[in-house]
Design a binder for this molecule. Structure first.
Ligand code: HEC
Ligand code: HEC
Length: 228
């Protein structure tokens, strides 16, 4: 069986150069096919809405992996699953080629969202009793976790797989994270933590995220959103 597959793949590889080009995806065709995605992800893959992920500059192999996962139902999302179901392998390869060739846009400087606890803290008699975190301390905490992880609690350093600049790892299909929207990152990490998103066979991100507190998820997400 294996021998047969190997012989077949060699035959296919030699059969025509166009099949190789095909497997790589066609950028111009991808641009046309991605028109349907632009309403949410932005025409060039830089979505303007923080809960819709940016796809620009993402590794093609990772994009294809995720689209297959939506199509096969192993990554669940009410919006994306039906859309991915209508895509052929060729469509996915073309669209991935297009988004991978775009440049991800930088985000505006983050600000700390007002939250109820902070408002209440201002009302208590001793204001120093509960100091709201500043955006600077949050970013510093996130940057520290990104670079160093938390070894005693076995939280791996993100830098090992997602790179010093959040550029990911193309050969390994580890996604680029830089300049992604913080809100989407928080959702992705929370979904890994709860095991809602578990399409990766090794479940790497679940093992990491389940050890992270919600505060750490917020801190590292804000930090990543500022990486360029
Ligand atoms: C109506 C809005 C909408 C449209 C249209 C849409 N998407 Fe999405 N897409 C989303 C949302 C929301 C998510 C995040 C899902 C989640 O939270 O897991 C997503 C996630 C993705 C992801 C995963 C990104 C990552 O970083 O893991 C890919 C890839 C993707 N979409 C590709 C496409 C393609 C290709 C099209 C067009 C055929 C498309 N989307 C059309 C809303 C949309
Ligand atoms: C051992 C390698 C590894 C380490 C370490 C790692 N990741 Fe990941 N990460 C992955 C892989 C692989 C995926 C893709 C998972 C999938 O396909 O579902 C991923 C996916 C993600 C995603 C989803 C991206 C998207 O576009 O949807 C986020 C967010 C993320 N990682 C954040 C982190 C953070 C934050 C850390 C550090 C606390 C971290 N990762 C550490 C390998 C790693």
């Amino acid at each position: 069986m294996k021998k047969h597959l190997l012989a077949l793949s060699i035959t296919l590889a030699l059969a025509s150069v166009s099949s190789l080009v095909h497997a790589q995806g066609n950028l111009a065709a991808g641009k046309q096919k991605a028109a349907a995605c632009g309403a949410c992800h932005g025409e060039d893959g830089n979505s303007l809405i923080s809960t819709f992920p940016k796809l620009a500059q993402q590794h093609g192999s990772y994009l294809i992996q995720q689209l297959r996962a939506f199509k096969d139902g192993v990554r669940k999302n009410a919006v994306m699953s039906p859309l991915a179901t209508s895509l052929s392998d060729e469509d996915m390869a073309d669209i991935a080629e297009y988004y991978a060739a775009q440049k991800v846009s930088a985000n505006a400087e983050p600000t700390l969202p007002p939250n109820d606890d902070d408002v209440k803290a201002a009302d208590v008699k001793d204001p120093s009793a509960k100091k709201p975190a500043t955006i600077e301390t949050l970013l510093a905490q996130g940057g520290n976790l990104y670079r160093n992880g938390d070894i005693p609690r076995a939280v791996s350093a993100c830098i090992a797989c997602h790179g010093p600049y959040g550029e990911g790892n193309k050969p390994a299909s580890f996604p680029a994270l830089k300049s992604q929207h913080a809100d989407y990152l928080i959702k992705a990490l929370s979904d890994f933590k709860s095991d809602e998103r578990s399409n990766n066979p090794e479940n790497i991100m679940h093992m990491i995220a389940k050890k992270m507190t919600d505060e750490e998820i917020k801190a590292v997400s804000y930090k990543i959103s500022t990486m360029k």
